[in-house]
Design a protein around this ligand. Structure first.
Ligand code: ARG
Length: 244
């Protein structure tokens, strides 16, 4: 009897804490830059993972505004371009020979961006030089998408540092609104029903629908918790302001 009760308790605790399910992004599988050459990692000058991103032109990376934001004690200001690096063509960030590391010449954050849950969580980094990697076009959402990133494989694990991907269902605006009261219809999308999701370190990274960049990883309640979707910036809404 005691054993059974302990097991039930353990299951309950793992539900509450959103404990590790399988692998990662969370619940994902290995990705490869051979298949998705436009996926990039955004790091500090000394190689610490900040976020993901996607190459939309030879010298332009779309990411999240919060990835380009430095949190100070009182104010949140834009990160200086010289503090950022874009790593392209590298499946395993722990290797140093695969792909390239590019410097950032300029950072543009959406002018209305204030905080991550408020939306307009989109930024564009202009690289100091064009990269040879294939780019991805911005597109519309659909029924499901593939999210890619180098981030955590569970809420409390370190980032994978190798590219991972997961297929997630894209929910209706009604469902997203029920889950996330601050959800902004038209400017956000939400995806995932638990088990598979983006996590810390995946922010700014791509959600791909039918080969196009439909979303940018923005925020979530923990990662991959049962019935909790991840929230993404809906890129189609920002086409005008982005200019691609
Ligand atoms: N904000 C997190 C980051 O900076 C990622 C959020 C995504 N979370 C999620 N459960 N989908 O990396």
């Amino acid at each position: 009897m005691r054993g059974k009760r302990t097991a039930v308790l353990a299951a309950a605790i793992s539900l509450v804490s959103g404990a590790p399910t399988a692998q990662a992004i969370v619940g994902g599988e290995p990705g490869s830059v051979a298949d998705t050459p436009w996926v990039v990692a955004i790091t500090t000058a000394d190689g610490q993972l900040i976020c993901g991103g996607a190459l939309v032109a030879a010298d332009k990376v779309v990411t999240a505004a919060h990835c380009a934001t430095a949190k100070g004690a009182i104010t949140a200001t834009q990160r200086a371009p010289e503090q950022l690096r874009v790593v392209a063509g590298r499946t395993d960030l722990r290797t140093k020979d695969e792909g390239v590391v590019a410097e950032v010449a300029a950072v543009w954050r959406h002018p209305e961006y204030r905080e991550v849950t408020g939306g307009d969580d989109v930024a564009v980094l202009t690289l100091a030089r064009p990269l040879p990697h294939r780019t991805i076009a911005v597109g519309e959402a659909g029924d499901e998408g593939v999210v890619l990133g180098y981030g955590r494989t569970a809420e409390n694990s370190p980032p994978a540092m190798t590219l991972r991907k997961a297929t997630v269902p894209i929910l209706s605006d009604q469902e997203c609104l029920r889950k996330e009261p601050g959800y902004r219809q038209g400017a956000m999308l939400c995806a995932g029903r638990g088990g598979k999701d983006a996590c810390t370190g995946d922010s700014g990274g791509p959600l791909v629908v039918r080969g196009r960049l439909a979303g940018v990883v923005s925020f979530g309640r923990g990662c991959a918790r049962p019935a909790e979707p991840g929230v993404y910036t809906r890129l189609a809404h920002y086409r005008q302001v982005l200019g691609f």
